[in-house]
Design a protein around this ligand. Structure first.
Ligand SMILES: [Zn+2]
Length: 431
């Protein structure tokens, strides 16, 4: 027997995709889950958490009511208002989450920073809109809210962030205490208890930002206010990292806002200060792709892919981007080689799966291509990416003679994002 050394691989128990990037999988005694299936499980948990919080609130209210039957301590009348208030609670929860986002945004601006995105809720994005450069997304589950902000000032970023998170806690504390002072439990049974519901929601939120913890935003874990403060106090190297993060966010959101000239100049500025930053280099390549500079982008990503061999997740993303640039350039052979490489490493990543699906459609393997495109579209958080998946699916369907379906998917793609090269290409092909 000869020993053949091959990299260890893991296969997901649910979707059966496999990869040699074994660290990405989540394993327990019974199951091995790829990041995509693990995320689905987390979203289910998130939904259960939201629902159980609701059930808990209802239970507390009802027990208060039954208590009031035997003890004159609490006086809640058995009226329809009790149920109206319970039903309205979820709405107030959302309202306070929104208020918390507004408070933090205003504080960020006052401190000289930039707010890139506000996220209300967790899980997949339902609605996304943009005010100037700021993205506002409403997600499926009303569980928590988070924002993406950064400061362009290198030296003082740490102090500014500390001030931001501390002030956030203090504002929340003052709001909660002032609401609690006017809290009348009897109002729950006699009127629409706006103040009391507001108070209940803000107590929950105060607790959730005051006890250091992380919450799962799908793929990444974000620290809450208290955890961030601890991080900033402990980590002395924070200023440089925070400044680097500013450029990563700036370039990423310039691209998402389709402000490509701005993206070019912020990539340049960032790379001048942090020439080794791979995400900034990658964002430069993505901007080139969006500007139709495919040859330059292909060269850049080919170089990055060969540099990143010791970091398989990065290698997969760079190979994927090289494949995408090659596909748009019309180099089908290179497109297939790079995309296949990326797909073998990260089949669960929607960007990788979408590119692979598009390459298969171009190469005439439409059925398998469609399968990957639809799965990628389901997973993508951002509407722009779903639009690209649907546009390619429409092209595939059109080529195998399913013209009605093709037009339906093209319509979907156009509704999601009509200002995209791929959607325009599909519109030209499908008549
Ligand atoms: Zn899986």
């Amino acid at each position: 027997m000869t020993a053949i050394s091959s990299p260890a691989t893991l296969t997901c128990s649910r979707c059966h995709c496999g990869s040699s990037i074994t660290t990405a999988f989540q394993q327990d005694d019974t199951e091995v889950l790829c990041p995509r299936c693990a995320q689905r499980a987390r979203w289910r948990m998130l939904w259960l958490n939201v629902m159980s919080m609701y059930v808990l609130t209802i239970t507390i209210l009802l027990s208060l009511y039954f208590l009031s039957l035997y003890f004159p301590l609490t006086r809640i009348g058995w009226s329809v208002y009790l149920f109206i208030n319970v039903a309205a609670y979820l709405f107030f929860w959302f309202l306070v989450l929104g208020l918390y986002l507004i408070v933090h945004s205003v504080l960020t601006w006052l401190l000289g920073g930039t707010v890139f995105a506000l996220h209300l809720g967790g899980g997949p994005i339902l609605v996304e809109t943009r005010i100037g450069m700021m993205h506002i997304a409403i997600h499926r589950y009303p569980s928590f809210s988070y924002f993406q902000a950064a400061f362009p000032q290198q030296e003082t970023a740490r102090v500014r962030f500390l001030t931001l998170y501390l002030t956030g806690i203090i504002v929340s504390l003052i709001l909660t205490i002032s609401l609690a002072m006017n809290f009348r439990i009897s109002n729950l049974g006699t009127t629409l208890a706006v103040g009391e519901l507001f108070c209940a929601a803000s107590v929950f939120i105060l607790v959730s930002i005051l006890i250091p913890s992380h919450f799962d935003i799908g793929g990444a874990k974000l620290p809450n206010n208290a955890a961030r403060i601890l991080q900033l106090v402990k980590d002395r190297n924070a200023p440089a990292q925070l400044h680097e993060t500013f450029f990563i966010l700036k370039t990423t959101f310039d691209i998402r806002s389709k402000a490509y000239p701005a993206a070019l100049s912020s990539c340049d500025e960032g790379l001048r200060l942090y020439p080794e930053n791979l995400i900034l280099k990658s964002n430069l390549g993505i901007t080139w792709i969006e500007l139709g500079r495919y040859t330059e982008a292909l060269q850049l990503f080919e170089g990055l892919a060969s540099l990143a061999t010791d970091n398989p997740p990065f290698a997969a993303i760079f190979a994927n981007n090289a494949g995408w640039a090659a596909l748009l350039l019309g180099d089908r052979e290179k497109a297939r080689t790079y995309t296949q490489e990326a797909f073998a490493l990260m089949p669960w990543e929607p960007a990788v799966q979408g590119t692979w699906g598009a390459v298969l459609v171009e190469d005439g393997d439409v059925d398998i291509g469609l399968h990957h495109l639809f799965q990628a579209a389901e997973q993508h958080m951002i509407p722009h990416n779903r639009a690209i998946n649907f546009a390619y699916a429409a092209v595939g369907l059109y080529r195998i003679g399913k013209q009605e379906e093709a037009r339906a998917y093209l319509k979907k793609a156009t509704a999601l994002d009509s200002d995209t090269d791929i959607v325009r290409r599909a519109q030209q092909e499908i008549v």
